[in-house]
Design a protein around this ligand. Structure first.
Ligand code: SF4
Ligand code: SF4
Length: 472
C-alpha cells in the first residue's frame, strides 16, 4: 500500500499509486480548472505533490504550457537568481560486477579497458582539474567490492582533499558510488563528502529487474532504500536521479517526486539535488535499442515541471547534453552543470588514446571549462564555484530551512562573485577575465544588504592580492 512514511521501497514507490497518478494525469490533461488550481498552488513556491505535478507534465493546453514554462523560469530566478554552479566528474575506476544493460562498464563487457586510478594518478588528475579551475567534484566508481572497496574510495577522498596545487583546492567532493551499508555511509560522512548521489535509473520495478539482470544492483529494494540508509548514516544531502530513456518518462517523473516526498516525510529533508541524465551512446551501448527515449521538448517540460514541484532542490545537467540543449534548460530550472568533463577513468592529466577509451558515455559538450564559463556569462549567468554550505555546516534540514526562508540568497550571490573572481585571477583566458570583471561589477549592485556589499568589495580586493577561500 502507498505510504510515503514507510521505509519499504514497495510502499513509498508504490506501483499502483504511480499507475493511478498517470491515469489521473491523463484524465485531467485538458482540465483547465484543475490546471489553474495547481498553477495557483505552485505560485506559492512551496512545491506540488506528485499527482499535481503529473497533471502539469501531461497538460497539453498550449496556453497553460506557456504558463508552466514561465512559472518555472520565475521560480528558477527567485531561488537561484542567475547563478550556475560548476563541477566536474572524476571517474576512479570502471571495474564493475553489475550487469546494467545501458552502461558499458557492465561485467560482461570484456573488451572495454578496465582501469583503476592509483593514488598517484588521482593526484595527477586532481592537479589537472585544479589547473582548470574546478573546486567541486563528483566521484564515480563502478561497483566492485574487490577492486573498489570502500577503503579505496575513502583513501581517494582523503588524497583529493589533501592536494593544494598553486592556488587550487577541491573544496567539495560529492560521491556517486553504488548503494551500500549504513556503516559505509557513516564512513563517507566522516570523510567529509558533500552530497551522496545515487541514480535510481528506473523506478519501475519490473523493468529495473530486467535492466539489472545480474550483480548486487539487481536488488531493487536495496537500491531504492539506499537514501534511507545514507540518511541513517548521517548523510543529509542526497542526490536523486533517473536515467531517462529506460522506462516511460511519466512513470519516472512520478517515482522521482514520490521518492522526494518519502525523504521529506521521514527525514524532514528532501533530496539536495535531482539529476536528469538521458541514455547516451557508449562503447557497446546503442541508445536506439531503448524504446523510451525522449525528445528535447519533452525533456524541457520535465525540467520545468520538476522545478515547479520541488523549488528547493538543485537540478543538475551533465555534458551528456549538448550546448543547445543545455542552453534551453538552464533558464527552466537547472542550477548546476559540469564543464570540461572527461567520462573516462583518467583523462584530465593526459587524454586517453581513442583505441583505449574507457568512457562511460560519449560527451556531447566538449568545450573547455573556460569556454563554458565564458558562454554562461555571455548569456547573463554568473558562473559560481561556491562550495560554502556544507563547509559552514549548512546541510540537510538546516540548509533547507535557510533555503525556504530565502536567507540562503544572502550567501549565494556574494559567494558566486568571490569564487568567480578567484577563477578569473587564477585560470581564465583574457577574454573571460574581461567579461567576468565587468559582470562582477554589475552583479555587486544586486547584493541587497549594504554591509554585505562592502565586505564583498573588500574581499575582492583581497583576492587580487592573492588571498583565497572567502565565504559567507
Ligand atoms: S551503471 Fe554503475 S553499476 Fe551499472 S554497470 Fe555501470 S558502473 Fe556498474
Ligand atoms: S551558498 Fe550554499 S546554496 Fe548557495 S551556491 Fe554556495 S553552496 Fe550552493
Amino acid at each position: 500500500m502507498y505510504d510515503p512514511r514507510s521505509k519499504c521501497a514497495d510502499d513509498f514507490i508504490n506501483h499502483e499509486e504511480i499507475m493511478e497518478t498517470l491515469e489521473y494525469a491523463e484524465k485531467n490533461k485538458h482540465n483547465r480548472e484543475l490546471i489553474d488550481q495547481i498553477l495557483d498552488k505552485a505560485r506559492l513556491r512551496k512545491g506540488l505533490s506528485h499527482r499535481e505535478a503529473a497533471v502539469l507534465l501531461d497538460c497539453d493546453l498550449e496556453d497553460k504550457n506557456q504558463e508552466i514554462y514561465a512559472l518555472a523560469e520565475q521560480i528558477k530566478k527567485d531561488f537561484y537568481g542567475n547563478r550556475i554552479v560548476l563541477f566536474a566528474p572524476l571517474y576512479l575506476s570502471n571495474y564493475c560486477v553489475n550487469g546494467c544493460v545501458y552502461c558499458p562498464y557492465h561485467a560482461k563487457n570484456k573488451h572495454i579497458p578496465r582501469k583503476k586510478l592509483t593514488q598517484e594518478e588521482i593526484r595527477q588528475e586532481v592537479i589537472a582539474l585544479q589547473d582548470m579551475g574546478h573546486k567541486r567534484l563528483a566521484l564515480e566508481t563502478g561497483e566492485d567490492p574487490v577492486n573498489n572497496p570502500i577503503e579505496y574510495v575513502l583513501e581517494s577522498i582523503k588524497t583529493i582533499y589533501s592536494i593544494k596545487h598553486k592556488n587550487g583546492a577541491i573544496r567539495r567532493v560529492n560521491v556517486n558510488i553504488a548503494a551500500t551499508t549504513v556503516e559505509n555511509y557513516r564512513k563517507l560522512k566522516e570523510a567529509g563528502i558533500g552530497t551522496y548521489i545515487l541514480f535510481q535509473e528506473t523506478y519501475h520495478k519490473e523493468s529495473y529487474l530486467k535492466l539489472h539482470p545480474t550483480g548486487p544492483k539487481h536488488d531493487y529494494n536495496y537500491h531504492t532504500e539506499a537514501m534511507d540508509r545514507a540518511m541513517e548514516g548521517g548523510i543529509d544531502d542526497v542526490g536523486c536521479g533517473v536515467l531517462f530513456g529506460l522506462e516511460m518518462y511519466r512513470y519516472e517523473f512520478a517515482g522521482l517526486l514520490m521518492h522526494a516526498e518519502h525523504l521529506e516525510a521521514v527525514y524532514g529533508v528532501g533530496p539536495h539535488t535531482i539529476s536528469v541524465p538521458r541514455v547516451k551512446r557508449a562503447d557497446d551501448i546503442d541508445p536506439d535499442t531503448f524504446d523510451n527515449g525522449i525528445d528535447d521538448d519533452t525533456f524541457a517540460k520535465i525540467v520545468a515541471c520538476i522545478r515547479i514541484a520541488v523549488p528547493y532542490t538543485g537540478m543538475i545537467i551533465s555534458t551528456r547534453e549538448n550546448q543547445k540543449c543545455r542552453e534551453r534548460v538552464l533558464h527552466l530550472g537547472i542550477s548546476q552543470i559540469s564543464g570540461g568533463s572527461r567520462t573516462s577513468v583518467g583523462g584530465y592529466a593526459e587524454p586517453e588514446p581513442e583505441e583505449e577509451s574507457s568512457e562511460q558515455f560519449e560527451v556531447s559538450d566538449n568545450r573547455t571549462l573556460d569556454e563554458v564559463v565564458n558562454w554562461l556569462m555571455g548569456m547573463g549567468y554568473v558562473p559560481s564555484f561556491c562550495t560554502a554550505c556544507y563547509r559552514e555546516g549548512r546541510t540537510g534540514d538546516r540548509f533547507m530551512s535557510l533555503c525556504k526562508s530565502g536567507q540562503i540568497q544572502n550567501c549565494c550571490l556574494p559567494n558566486a562573485l568571490m569564487t568567480l573572481k578567484e577563477y578569473l585571477m587564477d585560470y581564465a583566458s583574457p577574454d573571460t577575465v574581461e567579461k567576468g570583471l565587468k559582470l562582477i561589477q554589475e552583479q555587486i549592485k544586486e547584493i541587497p544588504r549594504e554591509r554585505t556589499r562592502e565586505i564583498v568589495q573588500e574581499r575582492l580586493i583581497e583576492i587580487e592580492k592573492g588571498n583565497r577561500d572567502f565565504r559567507f
